[in-house]
Unconditional design. Structure first.
Length: 337
């Protein structure tokens, strides 16, 4: 029995399927040996939809299909928080929805979906501040709104994960750490994503600094990486649709080896904390984007996802973090042998 800390491998299953059908996604994940997936875009017979748009009938079909492949949902990959903080024209196409309507509409729907798919986790974001303004100026409003979101999730026995991503208020580790401290709610955790730091022009050392300041609030990690073809340039606004250089976790500029080596020591304490909230363990959620990515999703294909998974496993083996992929014993158990 290994005494090494262990994580649960998951991923955005829509990245693995050419047509994003439920069967394609689940077949790819089962073949790769994964037992958890994050649901984001999926075709359950009515065309490709974001998880937030699924009908009860489609949810039932997806649940039936995932059971056939022995899969469980790790988190709802919602776009909650990817809307404007203020109703001002700033040259972007981001939508604005009055917050009370948003809280009782989209956020409440995300909670219903989490229960329907029997997961305790919802992924979300920190709102778009008007382009060209200082994100720090908007922290008080974001803290207020995320506090209400966290409380709504808490009342539903759920946990809201706030992802670091470019162009949002929480686009840096220090900003997200400050938001987390000020919200100060057990249902709010942070999600670190190294590639989302690197795309803003940061080096591996700088990326580690963003991770380090987020550590007290971490709930889980997203795994993707990015490799600049030329010297990185710092930027206040990232053209997400123009990003083309995502790579597996052992080939990019995020420094995953150093991050995961440090994260290893955090896993046992974090696992205990998460299990108290009904979460099965510490997830590493793969979102590789190796064939392209954008504002609301990305694509890797079944081959690209397999390459990205093997890359991550090599890093985990090297730094001494355990994980589980399906083996023959799992197959026998599924057959009742």
């Amino acid at each position: 029995m290994s005494d090494r800390p262990s994580v649960i491998l998951s991923g955005f299953a829509d990245e693995s399927a050419n047509d994003k059908t439920a069967e394609q996604q689940f077949c790819a994940f089962a073949a790769l040996g994964l037992q958890y997936y994050t649901i984001r875009f999926i075709d359950a017979g009515g065309g490709v939809k974001n998880v937030m748009k699924l009908t009860k009938t489609e949810i039932g079909k997806i649940r039936h299909e995932q059971d056939k492949y022995g899969l469980n949902v790790s988190s709802i990959g919602s776009p909650i928080g990817k809307v404007k903080l203020l109703d001002v024209e700033d040259g972007t196409r981001n939508a604005y929805i009055p917050f009370d309507k948003y809280l009782n509409g989209d956020v409440a729907k995300a909670c219903e979906l989490a229960h329907a798919f029997e997961t305790k986790l919802i992924r979300g974001f920190s709102f778009y501040h008007p382009r060209g303004t200082d994100a720090w100026e908007h922290v008080p409003q974001v803290v207020d709104q995320l506090g209400q979101i966290a409380e709504l999730c808490h009342r539903s026995d759920l946990t809201f994960g706030l992802e670091l991503e470019a162009n949002l208020v929480g686009h840096t580790g220090p900003l997200l750490a400050a938001i987390h401290r000020q919200v100060n709610h057990p249902a709010l955790v942070l999600i670190f994503d190294g590639a989302n730091v690197v795309t803003q022009g940061c080096s591996a050392d700088e990326t580690f600094g963003h991770y380090e300041v987020m550590k007290p609030g971490l709930g889980w990690l997203h795994i993707k990486d990015y490799r600049h073809p030329h010297p990185a340039q710092k930027t206040d606004h990232v053209d997400e649709e123009a990003l083309k250089h995502f790579v597996p976790a052992d080939l990019g500029h995020s420094g995953h080896e150093a991050i995961l080596r440090d994260f290893r020591d955090l896993i046992p304490r974090l696992e205990r904390k998460l299990k108290k909230r009904g979460i099965p363990g510490v997830f590493l959620d793969m979102e590789p984007h190796v064939k392209g990515g954008g504002q609301f999703g990305g694509f890797s294909g079944p081959d690209g996802f397999g390459v990205a998974l093997r890359s991550l496993c090599r890093v985990l083996d090297y730094v001494g973090i355990d994980y589980h992929l399906r083996d023959f014993e799992d197959i026998k158990a599924a057959r009742g042998v």
